[in-house]
Design a protein around this ligand. Structure first.
Ligand code: GLN
Ligand code: ZN
Length: 786
């Protein structure tokens, strides 16, 4: 085998949605039948070529395997699944004569079809990206399907680029999979590793034959604690990689990446397995110890690919500090290449696009293109010494310097307030005391709430009219007064509808919110929003995270600023005798769906956001809102990947929620909403939030989730969703009655609430009206039987 050295500078991945979301548009046009398969393929190929050209322009090599060929049309895990020919049994009919899935078939796995739900979507490590979970059973076929990967390599070569194909590695792919429905109890996908490895070997040979010198196998699952015991995991890694690197005719050299943390003791296993390059995340993970560094000096040791530039956040790197760190690794006698810590697809394309951002703030930021330049600079500095890149180091230091000193980054009043917060201000009276106070309260004109009260989670359908009014207001075609009038009328419509339907606790419907986090970011100091800063969330779905850069308080005078949700929620309450529930997004969710500052612990940032929300909660209460919901759908999302780090996280995240919600009287009822139904490690934290009522997703699991809560001794108000709002399907009244009955098997009647699984913003009015009618009718029937 001729050995081509690993490139001195590389990235492990790049945004694939396109600078102007070209891929999103091409996919959605194709799915809607507005374009042909050929047009989609052409758009995708154009995007690949534009990406390679851009990366070379930014300083990566065109010929040295530094360009990753990682262009999934929907999801990288799905692409590995199809490359392995691992067709889940419930999609077996889609496989072609050769056993493979073509592009259209793979879209059915991603999106489902009439009779079949898609593969499950799950969070990708501690990011806001979601991947499609492979379904594996004892008989799932494995068969190399290298066609798409090979075509990418060949097309790149024709355009003059020698690229590095990327696949999810065998151990992570199996760890990310779940057992399919037919699998016997106790089956673990990892049991199929030995059958899988030869299929990877074949893919590798095909890629080498197509001209790939290096292939990247991603093993991020090795940085997270797994249910598999450590020794078994080490054995799996060892078996897989010693097999894949066994001398074989025509295999490519292997880079294994370990983004999002540290592989811990598996670093030894990987380093000794025969792979040619090992990537470590030096941002989230640890810098290797002296003993670990020694592993990279052995004969046949891998190149250390140092993930020195943060792929998961948007701040300009401390180049001088990073260069010093890299030089130290090199001085230890290790061969070092410079890379991103994770794929850059977690950040937007290019800061230069954000022309409306304050130029000072812009100078602190680094999006994907800037990060590539940072990596190239570090690699040049490492090769030629710091003097060769003195200008770049200085510019980076200067930007970091202005950031540290800039007004707003540290606001003395905000800090003083956070520092003087006492424990007494954080707790509320015991839950029982509050419950009695709330039960005695006349929430309605006719007295207290009925048993099994009905409510919704907050948003009502965001109709084309709502979206268009918002777009016109943003474009200046609708003036502020006109837009406000529109929103007030929309709120009135939603209130009247809920009255007509007979719901007990109303909401204002959230028509003023473009997004549950961005709307808050737009009304808090310390945040900036972008215009083109889209980041893929899953498939063609993108979000535009806000940038939390400074100390946080509400916009307006003084440290308390001004209420921004009260005008809308108060308006709704003024229209009706029934109680209107106020809606806020919680501190952890605001952090999880924003780019957060990296110059102080996250818990400290959370506390500031929580204080701003505490002000809003107090203003809502003062405006006569007696029920206030603070949503924390992302509470589980930020959970650290290593168990040892979880208690500290749960500590500050729960505390932040309590800071936000504990400034109210006993008779004010605090609700929270969590978007999922598998609580696992966070089950005790839910109790710790100390909300009076918690709504959760439960319809799909048919209330199974309540078993976990029951086991954990949860005794507060609970609203398990009785309508799965993720599809337009209308549940019948009987179906909802059955779910209520099941819920009553786990939860006493006096703590049970009846509500949908989540907000209704993505639903239409036809199904919303019909489903809520059934929900209210089912609650009435259930009440009569109490
Ligand atoms: N209140 C929000 C809504 O109804 C909650 C959304 C969420 O949990 N993701 O839209
Ligand atoms: Zn939800």
């Amino acid at each position: 085998m001729t050995t081509v050295p690993f490139p001195a500078a590389t990235i492990t991945g790049y945004p694939r949605i396109g600078r102007r979301r070209e891929l999103k548009k091409a996919l959605e046009a194709y799915w809607a039948g507005r374009s042909s398969r050929q047009e989609l393929e052409t758009a995708a190929a154009d995007l690949q070529l534009a990406t390679y050209r851009r990366l070379v322009e930014l300083g990566l090599g065109a010929q040295d395997s530094s360009l990753p060929a990682a262009f999934p049309l929907y999801d990288q895990v799905l692409d590995t699944t199809t490359a392995l020919g691992a067709v889940p049994s419930r999609f077996a009919d889609l496989a072609g004569a050769d056993g493979g899935l073509d592009l259209d078939a793979s879209f059915v796995l991603a999106r489902g079809d009439a009779g079949r739900p898609p593969l499950e979507l799950t969070k990708w490590f501690d990011t806001n990206y979601h991947y499609l979970v492979p379904e594996i059973g004892p008989a799932t076929p494995f068969r190399a399907r290298p066609e798409r990967l090979v075509a990418d390599v060949r097309r790149a070569a024709e355009d003059g680029f020698a690229v590095r194909p990327v696949l999810v590695g065998p151990v992570s792919w199996l760890l990310l999979a779940k057992a399919d429905d037919d699998a016997p109890a106790g089956f673990d996908p990892l049991q199929r590793l030995a059958e899988l490895v030869p299929v990877y070997a074949e893919l590798l040979r095909e890629l080498a034959a197509a001209g790939a010198q290096w292939v990247q196998l991603e093993e991020p699952a090795l940085v997270a604690d797994q249910d598999v015991p450590g020794a078994a995991l080490a054995e799996a890694v060892w078996d897989a990689y010693t097999a894949l690197t066994a001398p074989a005719a025509g295999r490519p050299q292997l880079l294994v990446t370990t983004s999002y943390g540290s592989p811990g003791p598996l670093l030894h296993t990987l380093a000794g397995s025969g792979i040619e390059a090992l990537h470590l995340d030096l941002v989230k993970g640890a810098v290797p110890s002296a003993e670990e560094l020694a592993l990279f000096r052995d004969e046949d040791a891998p190149v250390l690919v140092a993930g020195a530039v943060d792929g998961h956040n948007v701040w300009r790197a401390d180049l001088a500090g990073r260069l010093a760190q890299l030089e130290e690794l090199a001085r230890a006698g290790v061969e070092v290449s410079v890379a991103s810590s994770t794929s850059l697809f977690h950040v937007p394309h290019d800061v230069e696009e954000e022309t409306q951002l304050d130029p000072v703030l812009r100078s602190w930021l680094s999006f994907a293109d800037q990060k590539v330049a940072e990596i190239v600079t570090l690699s040049r500095g490492l090769a030629q010494g710091p003097d060769a890149v003195a200008g770049e180091l200085e510019a980076a230091a200067e930007a970091r310097g202005t950031r540290a000193e800039a007004p707003g980054v540290r606001d003395a009043a905000v800090r003083e307030r956070a520092d003087s917060l006492t424990d007494a201000e954080i707790g509320r009276a015991p839950a029982e005391v509050r419950r009695r106070a709330q039960e005695g309260r006349s929430f309605t004109a006719s007295g207290p709430l009925p048993p099994l009260p009905t409510t919704t989670i907050g948003s009502f359908p965001q109709t084309p009219e709502v979206r268009s009014a918002r777009a016109r207001a943003r474009a200046g075609q609708l003036d502020q007064a006109g837009y406000d009038r529109f929103l007030r009328e929309e709120i009135e419509r939603v209130v009247r509808l809920q009255e007509e339907l007979g719901l007990d606790v109303l909401v204002h419907g959230e028509p003023e919110r473009n997004d549950m986090v961005q709307y808050f970011a737009e009304h808090l100091d310390g945040f900036a929003t972008t215009v083109h800063g889209w980041v893929q969330s899953y498939g063609s779905r993108c979000t535009r995270p806000s940038i939390l850069w400074g100390d946080v308080s509400r916009e307006g005078d003084g440290v308390r600023g001004e209420a921004f949700t009260v005008p809308w929620i108060g308006h709704a309450q003024s229209l009706t005798d029934r109680p209107v529930k106020g809606m806020l997004t919680g501190p952890v969710t605001i952090l999880a769906w924003s780019f957060v500052r990296d110059d102080q612990p996250l818990g400290r940032t959370a506390e500031q956001v929580a204080l701003a929300l505490r002000d809003e909660v107090a203003d809502l209460e003062a405006a006569g809102i007696g029920i206030i919901q603070v949503d924390e759908p992302a509470l589980r999302e930020l959970l650290p990947l290593r168990r040892e780090d979880q208690p500290a996280y749960l500590d500050w995240s729960v505390r932040a929620f309590r800071v936000a919600t504990s400034g109210v009287r006993d008779e004010t009822q605090i609700h929270t909403h969590l978007c999922y139904s598998e609580f696992g490690e966070v089950v005790s934290a839910i109790d710790g939030l100390d909300a009076d009522v918690t709504s959760i997703e439960a319809a799909r699991s048919r209330m199974e989730v309540l078993t976990d809560l029951e086991a954990a001794g949860f005794s507060r108000g609970i609203g398990p969703g009785v309508w799965d709002i993720h599809s337009p399907r209308v549940p019948s009244q009987e179906e909802i009655e059955q779910l209520v009955e099941r819920a009553l098997g786990h939860v006493p009647a006096d703590t049970l609430w009846i509500n949908p699984d989540c907000g209704l913003k993505t639903r239409g009015y036809a199904e919303t009206r019909a489903s809520l009618e059934h929900l209210v009718a089912a609650a009435r029937t259930a009440r009569e039987q109490l």
